[in-house]
Design a protein around this ligand. Structure first.
Ligand code: ATP
Ligand code: MG
Length: 139
C-alpha cells in the first residue's frame, strides 16, 4: 500500500467540482484516509511549494493556492502516487489526456484543478504538512 497527498485546488472548489473529483477518486478504487477543507495563507502555500521557490511562477502559484478554500486528502492504494497522477493528467490541461481530471476541470497550466505528490519522499513531506498528528482512518 502507498499513500499520496491530493489537493482539490481553489479553482476547482470555487467551481463546485469537489463532488465530481471525489467521485473519480472513489471510482478509481482509492481509499480516502483523511480529508479536510483548508484555507492556506500565502506563507502556508510558500512552505508547501518551497521546492518551486526559484521558478518564475512561484509568486503567482502561491497567490492562487491561497486565494480560496482547497480540499486536502490522504489517498491510499497500491501504487497510489503514480495512479493519482495518471487520473489527474498532465500539468497543462490542454495537454492532458481526454477523461482526466485536469482535462475536464482545469482551465490553465496554473489553474489546473488538482495536485498530487510526485514521489515517495514528497508524499511523506506533503502528507505531514497537512496531516501531522492526525491518525489516518483505517491505519
Ligand atoms: P502539482 O505539483 O500541483 O501536482 P505537477 O507536479 O504536475 O503539479 P509542477 O511542475 O510540480 O506540476 O508544478 C506545480 C504547480 O505549479 C502546477 O500544478 C501548476 O499549478 C503550477 N505551474 C506549473 N508550471 C507552471 C507554469 N509554467 N506557469 C504557471 N504555473 C505553473
Ligand atoms: Mg508537482
Amino acid at each position: 500500500m502507498e499513500r499520496t497527498l491530493a489537493i482539490i485546488k481553489p479553482d476547482a472548489v470555487a467551481a463546485r467540482h469537489v463532488g465530481a473529483v471525489v467521485e473519480r477518486i472513489e471510482s478509481a478504487g482509492f481509499e480516502i484516509r483523511a480529508m479536510r477543507l483548508v484555507r492556506l495563507s500565502q506563507a502556508d502555500a510558500e512552505g508547501f511549494y518551497a521546492v518551486h521557490r526559484e521558478r518564475p511562477f512561484f509568486g503567482s502559484l502561491t497567490a492562487f493556492m491561497s486565494s480560496g478554500p482547497a480540499v486536502v486528502l490522504a489517498l491510499e492504494a497500491p501504487d497510489a502516487i503514480r495512479r493519482w497522477r495518471t487520473l489527474m493528467g498532465a500539468t497543462d490541461p490542454a495537454k492532458a489526456e481526454p477523461g482526466t481530471i485536469r482535462r475536464d476541470f482545469g482551465a490553465s497550466i496554473e489553474h489546473n484543478a488538482t495536485h498530487g505528490s510526485d514521489a515517495a519522499e514528497t508524499a511523506a513531506f506533503e502528507l505531514a504538512y497537512f496531516f501531522a498528528g492526525v491518525t489516518l482512518a483505517g491505519a
